[in-house]
Design a protein around this ligand. Structure first.
Ligand SMILES: CC(C)(COP(=O)(O)OP(=O)(O)OC[C@H]1O[C@@H](n2cnc3c(N)ncnc32)[C@H](O)[C@@H]1OP(=O)(O)O)[C@@H](O)C(=O)NCCC(=O)NCCS
Length: 203
């Protein structure tokens, strides 16, 4: 589950977190470049957000029009500008076309914690791409942003997401009953947490 969220108490830069780094993030992994979302990503973002398989456990229905992707990008760019949340495009080295996104939201600088979300086009599943992207992003969150805690909230039936989080070191911390109603379907949320100390990083 994830969406861009603007929190009134999250908009200030604090000594505890280099939140200004949100605008300049650029990560490189073996197969991927990970960079902030841009206006030119609109068509590719629409492809991912209208992918029924990829959107099965998302917190809203799949997109039906390109306009929804345009509005989403505007919202994201605003939130990056205000340092309140971040959405990154995952692209392969061979092309700058977005194939998935990773985002950081519900940022609480004073507590040095934030929530993550991610989605990958279903045609790229099962190749270890999100594990590769997420481990680099987790390192960035702890080492550069100096976060102390990352959280993730997923549908308990989302096995791929659960496996991915556990592979990256996250632990299940609890279950919130009937937390979401999307298109009339009521679902629970499993909460996952990862502390910087869990993976030996001192922040
Ligand atoms: C979750 C998701 C990002 C995984 O991406 P991916 O690149 O295919 O994942 P990886 O290949 O890196 O695999 C990560 C782990 O999950 C496992 N996994 C991947 N797909 C799986 C599936 N369909 N069922 C069970 N396990 C699966 C892999 O085996 C791997 O674990 P392992 O190394 O211990 O075997 C992708 O399935 C997706 O975009 N899902 C839709 C969006 C979503 O649900 N996001 C989460 C909501 S916030």
């Amino acid at each position: 589950m994830n969406e861009v969220t603007t929190l009134s108490d999250s908009s200030q830069t604090t000594d505890n977190m280099s939140i200004r780094d949100l605008k300049s993030v650029s990560l490189k992994t073996r197969r991927l470049n990970i960079r902030p979302l841009q206006k030119k990503d609109c068509n590719a973002l629409f492809k991912v957000y209208s992918d029924f398989k990829a959107m099965k456990y998302w917190n809203h229905s799949p997109y039906e029009t390109i306009n929804q992707a345009q509005l989403h990008i505007e919202k994201v760019l605003n939130s990056i500008e205000n340092n309140t949340s971040l959405k990154l495009a995952m692209v392969q080295h061979s092309s700058d076309e977005l194939i998935g996104t990773i985002n950081l939201f519900n940022i609480h600088p004073e507590s040095r914690r934030a929530e993550i979300g991610y989605i990958l086009s279903s045609s790229f599943w099962g190749q270890g791409l999100m594990s590769e992207a997420l481990s680099a992003f987790i390192d960035y969150c702890f080492e550069t942003l100096r976060l102390n805690r990352l959280e993730a909230e997923i549908n308990p039936e989302n096995e791929a997401s659960s496996r991915l989080l556990k592979k990256c070191g996250f632990k299940v911390e609890g279950l919130l009953k009937e937390r979401w109603i999307v298109d009339g379907k009521v679902t629970d949320s499993e909460i996952y947490g990862l502390l910087s100390s869990n993976i030996g990083i001192k922040t």
